[in-house]
Design a protein around this ligand. Structure first.
Ligand SMILES: [Zn+2]
Ligand SMILES: [Zn+2]
Length: 137
């Protein structure tokens, strides 16, 4: 919450009760919700809030570095409140996206890329079948 307040202030973003709640709900969600799911959660507390407001707030969060966007082809954007560097595993059966907190550097950036560009971030999603879906088979 402290870094949330700090980042809002340094980006001239007013800290409203709605924004605070959207942030809290996002951090509490470990399942990388899309804007629709976030909207339903926030609506319980603020029935008058619009989907657009929630969606735009999430986009603003990602712009100022509070949240991450997980863009998957053919799917609505999903949001991630976990800003600690981590990898993702996505189950192709149940669509779950699971955080993998592994501090080992799995992917080494090739010299041909790092010499040419300033790499700020990398997003890695492993895909496969999760342990729950494996049991069902
Ligand atoms: Zn699964
Ligand atoms: Zn994540």
């Amino acid at each position: 919450m402290e870094s949330f307040i700090k980042l809002c202030k340094s980006n001239n973003l007013k800290i409203t009760p709605q924004r605070s709640l959207i942030y809290k709900e996002l951090v509490a969600s470990k399942d990388h919700p899309n804007a629709e799911i976030m909207y339903k959660k926030v609506k319980k507390t603020f029935p008058a809030i619009s989907f657009d407001t929630v969606y735009r707030t999430l986009l603003t969060f990602s712009k100022i570095g509070i949240a991450d966007i997980l863009a998957l082809p053919g799917e609505p954007k999903r949001f991630d409140g976990n800003k600690k560097g981590h990898y993702h595993f996505r189950c192709i059966k149940c669509d779950n996206i699971i955080d993998i907190n592994d501090s080992s550097n799995i992917i080494k950036i090739p010299d041909s890329i790092s010499q040419k560009f300033d790499i700020l971030d990398s997003k890695i999603i492993f895909e496969g079948i999760c342990d729950k879906c494996k049991k069902v088979n």
